[in-house]
Design a protein around this ligand. Structure first.
Ligand code: GDP
Length: 286
């Protein structure tokens, strides 16, 4: 249950909320999510909650909720993703090779996945409170694929890795491997998996690299609005088994997101802020 006091405070703030700008998703801020019914709010903030009632008792549910911050923590994380005069959220630069990669001091997270997995849409959703940030900077088809760097003040940096396709894992490996191997400030990699396709052979190339370099990573299941609950549930169980049996540095809990409906975005923001050392979770019940 959400704490009523926090909820009322948030609802009171909504009236002060400035006009919704064009690039803003209407649910980009928790203030707006809190106006929804309890069921929809829970489903948006904690997408796994919509699935758990259908799980059989044999499946270990706790592994799906290891990271389960309070509403208050989600709100604190949102502040980090909101630009201010002291904290700029910007696209910084792009790099094709390791010697073009900027020297940044902030802890860094990177996002990777097959082309079309929904990576740009997800990064755009994460940054939707900073609508001037253009996530699609170098996405023109046919252009050299690059690593794109975004900075959130001094708090952290986020890297959008080139998408890989079934025909081009080799290009991807050549570009990404040195980054993964050498980047000292990289604290977490987010590996995106399309909910409609599940883990593909090319994803296993990425998994192999992350495991080989002993890097912590997380699976993020995208486009969940497109997939039926039953199929999503089997995918989650399948991913849980995969993580348990075939990985050693993967976080046990896969994250569920929809950039269209904005589900799971607030939770993912909170996880990023947490793993980059910008947020200690409070013990407040949700
Ligand atoms: P990228 O190549 O990984 O950067 O993928 P994009 O973000 O460009 O998305 C690829 C396609 O999937 C586009 O047509 C998006 O509109 C669509 N898409 C991305 N995220 C979602 C989502 O959460 N739900 C749905 N239904 N479509 C999505």
């Amino acid at each position: 249950m959400l704490r009523m006091k926090t909820l009322h405070l948030l609802q009171a703030h909504v009236s002060c909320w400035s006009a919704v700008r064009q690039n803003f998703h209407q649910l980009a801020s928790i203030k707006h999510v809190c106006l929804l019914s309890e069921r929809r709010r829970q489903g948006l903030l904690y997408p796994f909650s919509a699935l758990e009632e259908h799980l059989t008792p044999q499946v270990d549910q706790t592994e799906f909720k290891i990271f389960h911050p309070s509403l208050n923590d989600l709100c604190r994380a949102e502040t980090l993703f909101t630009p201010s005069h002291k904290k700029h959220i910007d696209y910084t630069t792009s790099a094709v090779r390791m010697d073009h990669v900027p020297a940044l001091k902030q802890p860094e997270v990177c996002f990777m996945g097959r082309s079309n997995v929904g990576k740009s849409s997800l990064i755009q959703a994460l940054f939707s409170l900073a609508p001037d940030v253009d996530v699609r900077v170098s996405k023109t088809p046919g252009h050299t694929r690059k690593l794109n760097f975004f900075t959130v003040g001094k708090a952290f940096a986020l890297v959008d890795m080139p998408g890989y396709g079934h025909r081009a894992p080799q290009d991807f490996v050549e570009m990404v491997e040195p980054y993964l191997q050498e980047r000292q400030n990289l604290v977490r990699t987010f590996l995106l998996v399309d909910s409609g396709a599940g883990l593909q052979r090319s994803d296993l190339v990425a998994v192999e690299m992350l495991e080989e370099f002993n890097l912590p990573y997380v699976l993020v299941v995208t486009k969940i609005d497109r997939t039926r609950q039953g199929a999503l549930l089997s995918l989650m169980v399948q991913l849980q088994n995969f993580i348990k049996k075939q990985t050693s540095t993967c976080f046990p809990q896969p994250f569920l997101v929809s950039s269209v409906q904005f589900s799971g975005i607030h939770l993912l923001r909170c996880f990023i802020v947490h793993v980059t050392g910008n947020l200690q979770l409070t013990a407040e019940p949700t």
